[in-house]
Design a binder for this molecule. Sequence first.
Ligand SMILES: [Zn+2]
Length: 209
Amino acid sequence: MRIRSIITLVLAVLLSLVAAVHRWGDSSHAIGLMSLNGGKARHPSFLESGWDRYAQITTARVLPPYRGDVRVVLEGDPPLDYDIRFSKPVVDLGLRRLPDFRDDILYGIQPGDRLALWVLMRSFPTDPVCGMSVREGDLSHPYQGKIFFFCGDGCLASFRAEPGRYKDKDSPRGKYNLAFYDTRSGKSVLKVPLIFKGKEDSHASGGHH
Ligand SMILES: [Zn+2]
């Protein structure tokens, strides 16, 4: 049991290092318990808005008597482009039994399993004024070496009038969930809240940087 914990911890540390080396913008780590009656994350994950890419590592232990197949979904609005990787141990000592992971579903989860998932996220372009998802190719405007996209002339005009007010708002904000659902019952077995904080929120106590 203790060896399993150590392997999970080493795995999490290695993944954090990989995330840092690859400059995945902001990253965070969440620890959770997966169970029949909803599961629990130890605390929400906080990510700072303003990056293009994010990484989130979730490690979770499966509580008895839960067993089943689990679908993993990143929920939130506006939607993010994301990719979930299931981590196999770097060194397999034959101590861990691992479920199969295909198409965002963990197959054959059993009590006592320790899972490690790595979620890579990228934000779609967002209109910094109204927060709508927009497409590259829509109305655009360069500012300080960066291209911003807008849903229409009204939002573009607001941006031009006060770019400083909007320039940090074209990335995810607010609450998302990394949600785990039992595929048979549809019940949630774990929900990890992911909170994207605006720069002005996290710098609330300080001045300008
Ligand atoms: Zn707009």
